[in-house]
Ligand binder design. Structure first.
Ligand code: ZN
Length: 676
């Protein structure tokens, strides 16, 4: 049903274009500026809106018809969904209006989700069938196996050992895919008490793989260093490593690569390879393997434990729940959440049952629903095994989204319970906070062209610094498709950079904003295009103009034409706010590879003594087409949009004393004669 309207509009455009010499005054569709409509809703319902979106220039059709006097929720849904926005209740009558976020849902949706999941299994057998299928499909959807096959054998580059009070730290760089390294630090126990209490007879300690979230400074963050040091003093080896595009990984793939689905897979791959390495060490006990991290690091701890049975203890902090998949593509970029018809992070965490798990949450972030939604849900599953005692939940009241002392103590006490770590070694004050560069394996500097290169003594010769190569060299056709996102993002970035540079704005801040607007728009349009292929999402029908079946490009135009209007309205409003009209036109010409000027030149060549009026009419049609065409992804589609404008121009000639066919054939003859 969704596509009937655009189908109709497009069909009408095809049908009407030749017959309609002048643009018709259109129905105003009861349109009103979005900002004005929302002001009215504020008054009517006595609420206040805060904006995370730009409503400048956005117009809402049939505005008043969307208001439901009896329901603010329905009213907001009707209004905001048009622009792909969502409202979030902040309490005290304040609502925040944000862009739609695919990984984030309302608390009620989380509750509905676990209620639904609970209907799928009511005993251990039913649950295990789901669990096995889920774990297998998550692994597949993550696309990690083809990459693991391409990884080079484990050969760690280890740095000098640094000795502190009761523990040691050593940096590690491990080559994963050829030429790409995961860099991190290993925190090792080094005291008699821990050795006696924790090590096996042959000197093996438990190990904890510690993926990191998006805390300021990544793994160099103070809260994180304290935790790794303290756990190591207590007898657990901790391996902390850079997330994709952060820390030393930035040297190889750049910062922006983090915002890609590739980060999701690659980070999991780093955790897997570091565990592979850990299990080759003589001081690691393969029977005691933990995963622990906070926020995005918690999401990854759960992901690792979901795809790998070697983990025996799991402790995600301020992360997984039923209504949020993790807001970064490194947590939710690959479509693992749609496994087995739809899952959520808390179900993935539950697949760890009956092994020991502690969930750590607080009332200040999205884990605030632990007591009401997630804990009862996971407890039921542990109950299938009679293993409720293996699940514990620490919930911080008056807390916030952090990894501060209360949560760290909850982590220490969990691993104390599971592995009998000695309480007397738990003393954060004895942890040494190291400077950034001490934690670097290679360290880096930039060359004259801004490219990074490693500077450390141990820096390898094959150190790659191009993320595009990583994708091109390591993914098969299917994999490449999966990682299309990253490749197009890189290509779109280049476009946004180049187009912005061509404006010579001379104001770095302004250029940065303009580049951002163009990049976001290109990304939105391309993403829509990729997710709505005309061939499969649009009913195949007849083109009323030609009487022939709709061609693939027609289907694509119809599918792309259904994208939210806000994509177009936002970029135009943003460009017009920042740029002169002439500069806006330059940007539009970039989108459409100069088709307006090119086509106009053609008319001037073909039409003898073209009049100023003819020039102006054609230019108007072509400029309309140019602005419409920026929302279409492929050059084929853009050419089709211009084709409709060209039909209109030619019709204008024909209805104003000219004969287009004759002029064109004269022109072709003339050109031929010139050639001969
Ligand atoms: Zn991330």
């Amino acid at each position: 049903m969704k596509y009937l309207l655009p189908l109709f509009l497009f069909a009408s455009a095809l049908l009407l274009a030749p017959a309609q010499a002048q643009p018709m005054a259109s129905d105003n569709k009861m349109a009103r500026p979005l900002g004005e409509v929302l002001n009215r809703v504020e008054q009517q319902f006595g609420v206040r809106f805060k904006y995370n979106v730009d409503t400048t220039g956005l117009v809402l059709n049939y505005a008043d018809s969307r208001i439901r006097p009896y329901s603010l929720d329905e009213t907001l849904r009707n209004i905001l969904s048009v622009f792909d926005f969502k409202a979030w209740d902040q309490g005290k009558g304040i609502y925040k209006i944000k862009p739609y976020e695919y990984p984030r849902r309302y608390d009620e949706d989380g509750e509905k989700m676990v209620n639904y999941l609970n209907t799928l299994y009511s005993n251990k057998e039913e649950w295990e069938a789901r669990r096995v299928a889920l774990r297998r499909e998550v692994r597949e959807r993550l696309g990690i196996d083809p990459l693991l096959e391409k990884c080079v054998p484990v050969q760690p580059i280890l740095g000098k050992m640094r000795r502190y009070d009761g523990y040691m730290v050593q940096n590690i760089a491990l080559e994963t895919l050829p030429g790409y390294y995961v860099c991190g630090s290993i925190y090792l126990p080094n005291n008699k008490i821990a050795k006696k209490a924790v090590a096996t007879r042959d000197g093996r300690y438990p190990v904890i793989i510690c993926p990191n979230g998006h805390w300021a400074d990544g793994r160099y963050n103070r809260d994180l260093q304290v935790r790794f040091a303290t756990l190591a003093r207590m007898g657990a080896i901790c391996i902390s490593y850079d997330t994709f595009g952060w820390g030393e990984s930035e040297l190889q793939v750049g910062k922006d690569a983090h915002q890609s689905s590739l980060a999701h897979t690659y980070q999991a791959l780093c955790g897997e390879r570091l565990l592979d390495y850990a299990l080759t060490r003589r001081d690691v006990d393969a029977a005691r393997v933990g995963a622990n991290g906070g926020s995005g690091g918690g999401t990854h701890a759960v992901l690792l434990a979901t795809i790998d049975d070697r983990f025996t203890a799991l402790c995600p902090v301020a992360s997984v729940c039923s209504h949020f998949d993790g807001g970064c593509p490194c947590e939710s970029g690959m479509p693992i959440q749609y496994s087995q018809g739809g899952t959520c992070n808390i179900e993935l965490a539950a697949t760890f049952a009956p092994k020991p798990m502690r969930l750590i949450g607080d009332d200040g972030d999205w884990t605030h629903t632990y007591p009401t939604i997630e804990e009862p849900y996971v407890r039921r599953i542990y109950g299938f095994y009679g293993a409720e005692d293996q699940l514990s939940v620490f919930f911080e009241e008056n807390g916030r989204h952090d990894f501060k002392i209360k949560k760290r103590i909850a982590v220490y006490s969990f691993f104390m319970d599971v592995w009998s770590l000695p309480t007397e070694c738990m003393n954060e004050e004895l942890a040494t906070i190291e400077a950034y560069d001490k934690l670097f394996s290679f360290g880096g500097a930039q060359d004259a062209e801004g490219r990074w290169y490693p500077t450390g003594e141990t820096a390898p010769a094959n150190f790659e610094t191009n993320v595009k190569n990583l994708v091109e060299q390591n993914f098969d056709q299917e994999g490449k498709q999966l990682y299309f996102d990253l490749r197009w993002a890189a290509g779109l970035e280049e476009k946004a950079d180049e187009w912005t540079a061509s404006l010579n704005l001379g104001d770095a801040q302004k250029a940065k904003r303009v580049r951002g607007y163009i990049f976001d728009h290109l990304k939105a349009v391309t993403k829509w295009h990729n997710e709505h292929p005309g061939q499969t999402t649009v009913p195949h029908g007849i083109n009323p103009r030609t009487g022939e079946r709709l061609r693939p490009v027609d289907l694509d135009i119809i599918a792309d034409g259904a994208q939210p209007r806000a994509y177009h309205d936002s970029i135009m409003a943003q460009l017009r706010r920042e740029l002169t009209e002439e500069q806006v036109e330059q940007v539009l010409d970039k989108y459409t590879i100069g088709k307006v000027a090119f086509t106009m030149k053609g008319y001037h060549d073909i039409v003898p003594e073209m009049t100023a009026e003819e020039d102006s009419v054609c230019l108007t049609y072509l400029k309309e087409a140019r602005e419409a065409a920026i929302d279409y992804k492929s050059m084929k589609e853009i050419s089709e949009i211009f084709g409709i404008a060209k039909d209109k121009c030619e019709l204008y000639f024909n209805t104003h004393g000219r004969n287009w066919r004759q002029m064109y054939s004269d022109y072709v003859k003339k050109r031929r004669a010139e050639k001969n």
